[in-house]
Design a binder for this molecule. Sequence first.
Ligand code: DC
Length: 225
Amino acid sequence: MAGQTRPCPVIAIDGPVGAGKSTVAQALAQRLGYRYVDTGAMYRAVAWKARAEGVDVNDREAVAAIARAVQIEFLPGRRGQHILVDGADVTETIRSPQISERASIVSAYPEVREAMVALQRRMGKDGCVVMEGRDIGTVVFPDAEVKIYLDATLDERARRRYEELRRKRERVTLEGVRQALEQRDRRDSTRTHSPLRPADDSTAIDTTSMSVKQVVGEILKRVPR
Ligand code: DC
């Protein structure tokens, strides 16, 4: 157990797509007055920048160079956090299914992960942070004071993701979303470098039939205060 040198806890929230990480992490951060860091948005930012520069997502070297040079900022906005990539507001653009697909590819490159993990460690070094992703409790902050692994059934995760995309008027089908999600899960959990897996000392929460409030309540019980 470490973390004694930090004045305030790091709360690591990991899990697959649609497990409820973003909603729960944001609600928790607001409740505690902590900073919220969405690390998935950072891999999406790299994928977006590569596309904007006309770089082939399969060109590992070129994508790695982008990851090392890109400037990623999180800014508070009236309706949640905004993400800026080299000054451009990409908050909405990075949520498209095309960027989801590309983010999953670039996040498997060790050089890209190395650059993002360094940024994430810097963002969380003083604690008072809720950081969500796939490898926060295992790699980024293995000494996090609170480690949560959120999960839900594939059907429920696909349903949540489908509804989210429909609200944004994306033309998708439930079956299409389910298949894309399964494929992304497989890629995220079978990659060699930092695959998605629960940290040995994490608390697993199945959110399938829980409300956001209930999940937040469960996590709050574990936050040292
Ligand atoms: O959580 P998300 O869907 O926004 O994440 C986008 C992609 O980035 C997803 O394929 C998993 C990957 N990712 C990762 O490898 N490590 C993280 N800490 C966060 C996301």
